[in-house]
Ligand binder design. Structure first.
Ligand code: HEC
Length: 163
């Protein structure tokens, strides 16, 4: 076998096969939806979608099981009770209200109920029903769907232990 044939039939095909193995996947790493567990419509603009992380997606489940009846105008099962309540509970997408509240304050309201925080007693306490992980998840979901979008405070969180 001549050198020329060797290069043509063995080395060249081997090189072509090897180089094609290294081809990268044609996927942009910047796509936020690739790692999303669920997707939510933006409340003000249904054309825009919000990708949800695992924790936020768990929070959406907690919300739809427990909070949707009072904190949304429509539920997966039909109409909600929100318009019958006084004070009217804030919509869960209501960034104007929730963005001003710290994580600690929100978690306390959810855990201890409205009356413990000087708010309406119609807001029930969830500390005996939901785990702290579920309460953290539903809070993460509220932060994800807030309109205008929530920006975490630059101030450091409380240094005191939670309980
Ligand atoms: C029976 C109706 C009802 C249900 C169910 C309910 N809420 Fe509420 N919630 C209210 C009302 C009413 C308020 C307003 C209280 C006020 O402003 O005095 C409120 C207020 C809140 C606030 C505080 C807003 C603020 O301005 O401080 C948070 C946070 C909240 N709810 C979260 C939740 C979460 C999370 C769930 C489900 C786990 C839930 N709520 C279920 C009625 C409800």
């Amino acid at each position: 076998m001549k050198w020329r044939d060797l290069i043509l039939f063995l080395i060249l095909p081997a090189l072509i096969i090897l180089s094609s193995c290294q081809r990268k996947l044609a996927v942009s790493p910047a796509n936020r939806f690739l790692n999303a567990y669920d997707v939510e419509q933006n409340a003000n603009d249904p054309q825009r979608l919000i990708p949800l992380s695992y924790q936020q997606a768990q929070g959406k489940r907690v919300f739809n099981n427990n909070c949707v009846w009072c904190h949304a105008d429509a539920t997966p099962a039909g109409p909600s009770n929100r318009s019958n309540l006084t004070p009217t509970p804030p919509l869960f997408t209501d960034g104007e209200t929730f963005n001003l509240l710290s994580d600690d304050f929100m978690r306390n309201t959810i855990t201890l109920g409205g009356s413990a925080m000087g708010k309406s007693a119609i807001m029930p306490p969830w500390g005996q029903t939901l785990t702290q992980d579920e309460i953290r998840a539903v809070l993460a979901y509220a932060r994800a769907v807030a309109q205008p979008p929530y920006k975490a405070s630059a101030r450091p969180a409380s240094q005191y232990p939670e309980k």
